[in-house]
Structure formats: structure tokens, C-alpha cells
Design a protein. Structure first.
Lengths: 222, 508
């Protein structure tokens, strides 16, 4: 009896959520996923404080109609202007393949990349593929949005897994995650800004920083 | 050999070697060995400890605590590495497992590598002065021998013992020397006490000797087979093997274990997750900037030696090289350090080819100077290529997963685990934190947690008591959610694609 009630209320919640999304003229964010390159590393499923792995396809994420990937082929800057492997323009060239030749490798330790969207925009989602040919976690991932290219003012942090405040941007409470071919989707909640800066601090395989692709989904600000 | 167009530059190596003052010969090889040491010793502690190194270190720790070596065919190789590492560790002041350092342990292999280089000096009468000098130089500086001579596993010692066995065995045959026979027996025992794969080498050496006898020596000189020396070698082999495997009489069960090692060894040969294609070693040896050149030089020497039915020891070495290469390539189980077994013949045949190329102009006086200039230029290019590869693979990226020598290697990231626990323990005022490790394969964590007095290791599913810190494999944690619910996980990379979790106090 309780189970039936629970199922019915679950269906109701989903229907209500879907109705609400459509009422606001929202659509499912559709991005092209690269082929997976490894079978997921076993991850605990029911443990507090650990981001549960995505089982199968990621749940649909709704964004306002007309939302597009604003980052594609836009100008990219970095704390490492001379990457060891690849070039900065690979970060937003649309190639999400996980094999060698598709990623840019920045130097060891704390590094950032910054995408200039060319004009202010309302940002609803940021999708990041650091590396997905093996199970890996990138340390101290922080994503910020600002209308200031130097990130000295007007900065909004939309994701921060820097638990120990290694980057000096403030201790984060977001959870670390294992990279997969589906990328990491960050809900930007419509934050307004022109520049998106992504930090990392090495990874669990080595001290280097990698980016295969970054997508910034939004709409030019009115 | 003495044929026109012969590959071998010396008609009688023994005669030429005898004419060269002994102190000059050994002076040259001692200098090369010292150079080899100079390349091998720096930054010995930088590369993280591979799981196999950590297991070997743990065994040395057991010996330091007064236990004897317990041979287990399933999980361990023979006792030779520990037998050499133990006195070296003691000499450096280690009294327990927690005292040991990466440098102290890896020094064992550095010494074994230096001995191998010196052994080329003992090989002059067999292979000639110039080929041995070039082979010693290659061994001293080339990336693969340098890399694995800084790696606390059995391969370097095994290579030294194999070379010793070949040299002493040949001398025993030629000189009818009981001392050399005994030495050959001791080297063979050392080979077996390093790795059970010594059996493959014994087979390859015996088969190579037979083929050499019937093919290379057919219609040429024939000496008698010196069977008189065989019992001496066999007796010493048995004596040394029993002494080492029983840890000098303290563990006689080891003999039974060795006798029943067959199934374990066969299972391992089947792959056990380390299956590689037939051409794996060929690809590994020809990789990098210098691999192709060194391999090409070695192949030229090998092919010409076999083609000319060379009746010098190179003829025997050629068959041995071919057999070992075929055997190791056919066995599904392959790891990169096994390629060190190919390096003795590779270095010597490359040395032979270079000596031959150098001697060519003397037959064609008109082009002597330009050809010699070309030879010197090629040598300089080879030196640059080798220096590049050694720098990149040994020193710059020793644990990088793109380094083909760093196989299933412990990630640099894991080096941060113990310091992280130290910082957190200090913050929480814990002088001796209790650490619970829950993982089906916890290695190399016993090495990295050796300085902590209260560390326990559990298999997933076992009941685990209260602890200040938990370290779990990614698949083990959800069985312990009640104990972990107030802790925050931090990922650490154990090996490429293998993550572990340190559970630490969650942010307030």
C-alpha cells in the first residue's frame, strides 16, 4: 500500500516538475556525447558526502528555450599560455573525444583556463570534460563567472570542490567527482557574466591539468 | 672465425685480450661502472614505490624484524633480492620496516646493475674488448637498464646472475676449471633464487648450446663436451639453491613449495591480467628516440652472426637471444621489466655491429677517413638520442603512465596521502591516529603508511572497528556507510584508473 502511494506520488512529482519546466518555456539541454572509453571504476553508491555516479544517461537538464553553447570557438586564455600538449583552442573546438590528440595539457599544480564569451550572457549550465579515458578525479575544481576579465570584481562561483582551500578562493563544499565521457554538468542558475574561468590543481593520476572540452550553455543577456 | 668479410673483428679474442694489460682492461670497465653508478644514483627516492617494490620492501622489513624468508610461489619470487637488500639496508642503519627508505632499497638494484656493467670486463675473452666496452657503455646509459636498475624488483639481479652464469659456464667449458664450474652453479642458483623463470633461461641456454654445437661448429673446430665439470656446477647449484630458499636452513617447507610451484607459475604465464600481444617486447625495445637505433644495430649483428654460422661465442649468444625472445614473446604474461632479459644480447650485438662498422674502412683505405667521420657522427647522434630517452623516462617522467617502463605504476598522487593524514591528525590532536584500510588489494599502502603505529588492513565485507581515518577502495565503501557517514571522502590515485578514498572529517 505504502509502495503504491510512494510510486504514485513520485510520478506526480515528475509530472509537476515537467509541467513547471514547460510552463517556463524550458527545453532539455542536448549536447553531443563522445564515445565512452572505459568501464566505470566501481564507486560506492549509497555513501553520504560522495557524489553518486551517473547510472546510464544523465537525467535531463532543462534550460530556457534558445539556450546555446556560447563557448564554442571563443577566445581562450590560460594561466599556462604554452601548454605541454595541444593548444588552448582545443578547449572549445567541439571535439570531446577522449583519445590523445583531443586534449590540452596544462602544467602541474594550480592552473586555470578562461573563456571569453564576447558579450554578457545569462549562463544556465557549464559542461566540462577534463579527461575521460580512465577513472580520474581532478582536484580543486572551481568554476567562476564574471564580467571582469581579471576576475577581481563581480565574481560568482558556481562550483567549488576545493575542500581545503588550496586555491585560496575559499573552501568549497561541492563534491569531487570521477570524470566520465558524459562530462560534468554544473547548474549555473542563469548567472550573468562574460567570462568563465575554470580552475584545477592536478589530478589523481599526475600533477597536470587537462581539458578536452568546455561548453557554456546560455543566452546573450538582454 | 677468420673468414673474409667476417663480422667478428677479432680472430682470437683470447689472444688479443691476453695482449692487453689487465689493469687497462679493468680500469676501463671500472670507469664505465662508476659512470653507470653516477647515472643510477641520483633521485633514487623520487619515483613512487610500485606495488611490487612495496611487497619486496615489506619482505625486507620482515627479515629486519628477525623473521625468516617464507617462499610462496603464488605471491613471491625467490629470496635472492631480499638476501642482498638485507645487509645493504642494515649497513645504512635500517632496523625495521618503518626505517626503510626508497633509496636504501633501490640501492640493491643499482649495485646489481653496476655488477652487470663490470661483468662485461670479464666477458672480453669471450666477446672481445671493443664489443664489451660498447655493450658496457650502452648498459650504463641506455634508458631501459638504467630505469630498472633503480627499481626494487628482481630483474637487475637476475640479469647480473644470468650474465655471470653465461661467462662462468663458458669459461668452465673452455678452461676445464672446477672453480668456474662452481661459479656457474652459484650463478644459476642465484638466477633461480631471483625468479622461477630461470627455468626458461636454463632451457634457452641449453637449447642454444645444442644448436650452436650442431649448426655453428659443424665442420669446424670441435672440442669435447666437458661433462666432468657438470657435477661440480650441479652440486654447487643445489647447495646454494637449498641454502637460499630455506633461508639458510630455517624454513625447509620452501623446498616443497618450490617443487609444487609449477601450477602457480603456469597460471601466471597464462597472463593473470598482464596479457600482451606477441610483438609487445619488440615494440617496447624499439620505442623512444634511441630504441630503434639500438635495436637495429643489435639485429644487424645478430643476423650476420647467425647467417655466417659464427663459431665464436657470439654464435651461441645469437641462438640464446632468439630463443629467449621467442619464449618471452609467446608467453601471454608480459611486463616491461622482463625486457631487461633481452638487453644482454642486445648490448653485445650492438657492440659487435659498431665494432664491425668501425673496422670496415680498414679494408677500403680510400674511404677510411670519411667513413670514420660518419661513424663518429653516428656515435654522437646515438649518444644524444640515448641521453634524451634516459632523461625523459628515468628522471623527468619516471611514473608517468605514458612512460612505457612505468607499468601499472603507483601514481604521484598517492605520495600526498600520508602527509594529508599527518596534517589532519595534527589538527585533531591525534598523536597516533588509528587508520583502517579496507580494500581487496591494499598495496602499496603498507609502504606509505609504515610510519604509523596503528594501521589495520581489512578485506571488504569484514567487520572493521572504530578508526580515526578510513581508507577504502571505491567499491568497498558502501558496505561501511554507517561508519563513514560523518566523514568526507577525498580521492587519491593509486594507479592509472584505480582510485582510493581517504575519509576525513567533513567540513563543519
Amino acid at each position: 500500500m505504502m509502495n503504491t502511494l510512494s510510486k504514485k506520488s513520485g510520478v506526480l512529482v515528475v509530472l509537476l516538475a515537467a509541467s513547471a519546466a514547460f510552463a517556463q518555456d524550458k527545453v532539455v539541454l542536448k549536447t553531443q556525447l563522445p564515445p565512452p572509453l572505459f568501464v566505470g571504476t566501481p564507486v560506492p553508491l549509497n555513501v553520504p558526502n560522495l557524489e553518486p555516479p551517473i547510472k546510464g544517461k544523465r537525467p535531463d537538464f532543462y534550460v530556457p528555450a534558445g539556450t546555446i553553447n556560447l563557448a564554442k570557438n571563443k577566445k581562450v586564455a590560460s594561466s599556462d599560455s604554452n601548454p605541454d600538449t595541444g593548444t588552448l583552442d582545443m578547449i572549445n573546438d567541439g571535439d570531446k573525444d577522449g583519445n590523445e590528440g583531443s586534449w590540452v595539457e596544462l602544467g602541474p599544480g594550480k592552473q586555470w583556463v578562461q573563456i571569453d564569451l564576447a558579450k554578457d550572457a545569462n549562463i544556465y549550465a557549464v559542461l566540462i570534460w577534463h579527461f575521460h579515458s580512465q577513472a580520474r578525479v581532478y582536484r580543486d575544481v572551481v568554476v567562476q563567472v564574471s564580467d571582469d576579465a581579471t576576475f577581481k570584481s563581480g565574481v560568482t562561483t558556481i562550483f567549488n570542490s576545493d575542500f581545503h582551500n588550496e586555491l585560496g578562493l575559499g573552501a568549497g563544499k561541492d563534491l569531487s567527482y570521477i570524470e566520465t565521457y558524459q562530462g560534468k554538468l554544473i547548474d549555473a542558475k542563469g548567472v550573468k557574466g562574460r567570462y568563465v574561468r575554470l580552475y584545477s590543481n592536478g589530478n589523481t593520476a599526475n600533477k597536470l591539468n587537462h581539458y578536452i572540452e568546455v561548453e557554456v550553455w546560455g543566452k546573450p543577456a538582454a | 672465425m677468420g673468414q673474409t668479410g667476417s663480422l667478428n673483428p677479432l680472430t682470437s679474442r683470447a689472444e688479443v685480450a691476453a695482449r692487453r694489460p689487465v689493469w687497462i682492461r679493468w680500469g676501463v670497465f671500472i670507469v664505465i661502472a662508476l659512470l653507470g653508478l653516477a647515472v643510477r644514483l641520483p633521485q633514487l627516492d623520487v619515483r613512487p614505490m610500485h606495488t611490487d617494490e612495496a611487497v619486496n620492501a615489506y619482505i625486507v622489513g620482515q627479515l629486519l624484524s628477525g623473521q625468516s624468508f617464507n617462499y610462496e610461489a603464488k605471491d613471491r619470487h625467490g629470496p635472492a633480492l631480499a638476501a642482498l637488500a638485507l645487509p645493504l639496508a642494515k649497513m645504512q642503519g635500517a632496523k625495521s620496516f618503518s626505517d626503510l627508505t626508497e633509496s636504501e632499497l633501490r640501492l640493491t638494484d643499482v649495485v646489481a646493475g653496476a655488477i652487470t656493467i663490470l661483468l662485461f670486463g670479464a666477458g672480453v675473452e669471450m666477446f672481445g674488448f671493443a664489443p664489451c666496452v660498447i655493450a658496457a657503455l650502452l648498459f650504463a646509459f641506455a634508458p631501459l637498464p638504467v630505469y630498472y636498475d633503480r627499481y626494487f624488483i628482481h630483474e637487475s639481479l637476475f640479469a647480473a646472475a644470468t650474465f655471470g652464469f653465461i661467462l662462468a659456464g663458458w669459461r668452465a667449458c673452455v678452461k676445464r676449471s672446477p672453480l668456474q664450474s662452481a661459479l656457474a652453479g652459484a650463478c644459476a642458483a642465484l638466477m633461480l633464487a631471483c625468479k622461477e623463470t630461470a627455468i626458461l633461461h636454463f632451457f634457452a641456454l641449453a637449447a642454444a648450446a645444442l644448436v650452436f654445437w650442431f649448426w655453428n661448429l659443424r665442420g669446424k673446430r670441435r672440442g669435447g663436451v666437458r661433462l666432468r665439470e657438470v657435477p661440480i656446477a650441479a652440486a654447487v647449484f643445489l647447495l646454494f639453491s637449498v641454502a637460499l630458499f630455506t633461508w639458510f636452513g630455517s624454513n625447509w617447507n620452501a623446498i616443497s613449495g618450490l617443487m609444487h610451484a609449477g601450477p602457480s607459475l603456469l597460471a601466471r604465464a597464462g597472463g593473470e591480467g598482464h596479457e600482451k600481444p606477441f610483438w609487445y617486447f619488440a615494440k617496447l625495445l624499439t620505442g623512444g628516440w634511441s630504441g630503434g637505433l639500438i635495436s637495429a644495430l643489435a639485429c644487424i649483428g645478430l643476423i650476420l652472426t647467425v647467417k655466417q654460422r659464427d663459431d665464436s661465442p657470439f654464435g651461441f649468444l645469437g641462438w640464446y637471444a632468439v630463443l629467449v625472445a621467442v619464449i618471452y614473446s609467446l608467453i601471454p604474461y608480459k611486463t616491461p621489466w622482463l625486457a631487461l632479459n633481452f638487453w644482454l644480447p642486445i648490448a653485445l650485438f650492438a657492440g659487435l655491429t659498431i665494432t664491425w662498422l668501425w673496422s670496415l674502412p680498414s679494408r677500403y683505405r680510400a674511404v677510411r677517413v670519411p667513413m670514420r667521420i660518419v661513424c663518429v657522427g653516428l656515435g654522437a647522434v646515438a649518444a644524444v638520442l640515448i641521453a634524451h630517452d634516459t632523461r625523459e623516462r628515468v628522471f623527468t617522467h619516471p611514473a608517468d603512465e605514458r612512460n612505457p617502463y612505468a607499468y601499472a605504476h603507483t601514481s604521484d598522487d598517492l605520495l600526498g596521502l600520508a602527509p594529508e593524514i599527518a596534517v589532519l591528525a595534527r589538527q585533531d590532536g591525534l598523536a597516533s591516529p588509528r587508520i583502517a584500510v579496507i580494500a581487496s588489494d591494499p598495496w602499496p599502502l603498507p609502504w606509505y603508511l609504515r610510519h604509523y603505529g596503528q594501521v589495520g588492513f581489512w578485506q571488504p565485507g569484514q567487520k572493521v572497528g572504530p578508526a580515526d581515518f578510513y581508507i577504502t577502495s571505491t567499491d568497498a565503501a558502501d558496505q561501511y556507510s554507517a561508519q563513514l557517514k560523518d566523514l568526507r571522502p577525498e580521492f587519491f590515485g593509486a594507479r592509472p584508473g584505480v582510485l582510493i578514498l581517504l575519509w576525513e572529517p567533513a567540513p563543519k
